[in-house]
Design a protein around this ligand. Structure first.
Ligand code: IPE
Ligand code: IPE
Ligand code: MG
Length: 252
């Protein structure tokens, strides 16, 4: 624990929801049961964010690499995803949640794709919470796509190579229009990023818990948010500089 100035609530929380399979296996149940239980933890997390006034919640639901899992498991996950899309859009509307998806959409089947588009369209006017679902998402693929977009702009004469800087790249990766993640949480005990938001996490505070995703709840999320509030985000500067900034910039 550091003793820096108290940072307020995170505006954006990004979560790697890991541990569904192990949760089920410990109960001698098929892995898919864990994924189903995981969906309920998603609901609890959304509720927490709505209650606390978190602006953006990004959830890693399915990675680019997860396509390589056994066929049965991928099929079961797609079925769950489809069911959730059918069920939850009305609920998100009611709760004022805007839903967005990041990731390689072309890999989903047309019926899923259509539901994703409908969910985004139906909820685009909602402003209480932006819920970003990372599905078929990979951080490297995200950066590669940004590089491709830059190359296309250069080839078309819209951009000069010397104009390529952090801002130009940052504008072409996922979540460019949202505040960057303040707090990253990974459940399930592993302490790695697993190709989640590589570019966007540059200065995100990282927080890990052994709790398996289906057991994640408001109390654990509160612990993460409390830990975050005690951290000093220095962005490469010194503690003393940060202290001066805190007195100079009026807090919002
Ligand atoms: C996370 O849980 C959900 C997805 C990756 C789809 P896992 O399925 O990875 O669960 P563990 O890590 O095997 O327990
Ligand atoms: C990360 O979990 C991806 C999601 C939670 C969707 P994985 O279970 O796929 O990650 P690894 O395999 O442990 O790195
Ligand atoms: Mg896992």
């Amino acid at each position: 624990m550091s003793s820096g100035p108290i940072t307020s609530l995170p505006r954006h929380i990004a979560i790697v929801m890991d541990g569904n399979g192990r949760w089920a296996q410990r109960r001698r149940r098929p892995r898919v049961i864990g994924h189903r239980a995981g969906a309920r933890a998603v609901d609890r997390t959304i509720d927490f964010c709505l209650e606390r006034g978190i602006e953006v919640l990004t959830l890693f639901a399915f990675s680019s690499e997860n396509w390589g899992r056994p066929r049965d498991e991928v099929d079961a996950l797609m079925k769950l995803f489809m069911g959730a899309l059918d069920r939850e859009v009305g609920e998100m509307q009611r709760r004022g949640v805007r839903v967005r998806f990041i990731g390689e959409r072309s890999r989903f089947s047309p019926p899923i794709l259509e539901r994703m588009q409908n969910a985004e369209k139906a909820t685009e006017g909602n402003t209480r919470l932006t819920l970003v679902i990372a599905a078929s998402y990979g951080g490297r693929q995200d950066i590669a796509a940004a590089a491709r977009a830059l190359a296309e702009d250069v080839a078309a004469g819209r951009l000069r190579p010397e104009q390529i800087d952090e801002t130009a790249v940052g504008a072409r990766v996922a979540l460019a229009d949202l505040p960057p993640p303040d707090l990253f949480i990974r459940t399930g005990g592993d302490t790695r990023v697993s190709n989640f938001l590589l570019w966007q996490l540059a200065y995100t505070e990282l927080w890990f818990t052994d709790t398996l995703w289906p057991e994640f709840d408001a109390a654990i999320l509160q612990q993460a948010v409390d830990d975050y509030a005690r951290r000093e985000r220095r962005y490469g500067l010194t503690s003393a500089q940060i202290a001066v900034q805190a007195t100079e910039t009026p807090s919002e």
